[in-house]
Design a protein around this ligand. Structure first.
Ligand SMILES: [Mg+2]
Ligand SMILES: [Zn+2]
Length: 194
């Protein structure tokens, strides 16, 4: 597949849905303010929407991969119902210090490593150099930078206000007060062919 599509890579917890810490109950999925509107605007601007999520709760023995999939399905259904479907959804179940041997690994997919971006690029035909990263942690920004994306936006929901100090020396990343501002900032950059 030709890799000529542009995408926005979103973190899930604390960015598009409320961060409930190791969420395993699909009924606990709550879209954050502006999530559907932001995704709709970006889709209209020609971006694919990819969600990439570290789910170390699997390695920590707090949930199973089936739990993660059920939560992701609920999230995707809510987004679809809001007219903001997601094109790709990826998660990493690993964590080096985990208690479940099968997942207690220093893997290549946990953000800020880039395997989830590369998988999406391959599956969906994405040009990572034409893409953006959005999240509430410095790891989400480093993930985008490591994958060669154009820029990253740190939202101040979730862990955002705690993590903002960590992106101070990272020219790749910029703060965004809201998801509405993320959509605006991306539109501005695209207009000046950033
Ligand atoms: Mg997060
Ligand atoms: Zn992993």
């Amino acid at each position: 597949m030709k890799r000529d599509k542009k995408a926005v890579f979103f973190d899930r917890d604390g960015t598009l849905i409320e961060d409930r810490h190791y969420l395993k109950d699909p009924d606990g999925v709550t879209l954050l303010a502006g999530a559907a509107e932001c995704v709709r605007a970006l889709r209209e601007a020609g971006f694919l929407i990819v969600v990439v999520s570290n789910q170390s709760g699997v390695a920590r023995g707090m949930m199973t991969e089936d739990d993660v999939r059920r939560v992701n399905e609920r999230f995707c259904a809510l987004m679809r119902e809001a007219g903001a479907p997601v094109d790709g959804m990826y998660y990493c179940p690993h964590f080096p210090g985990g208690s479940v041997p099968a997942y207690a690994a220093d893997c290549a997919c946990r953000k800020p490593k880039t395997v989830m971006a590369e998988a999406a690029a391959r599956d969906l035909g994405i040009d990572l150099c034409a893409s953006y990263a959005v999240g509430d942690k410095a790891a989400d920004m480093l993930f985008g930078a490591n994958a060669g994306m154009k820029a990253g936006f740190l939202v101040l929901t979730g862990y955002g206000t705690d993590e903002r100090g960590k992106i101070a020396g990272l020219p790749f990343a910029e703060e965004a007060a809201s998801l509405a501002e993320v959509a605006e900032k991306i539109a501005e950059r695209e207009a000046r062919r950033g």
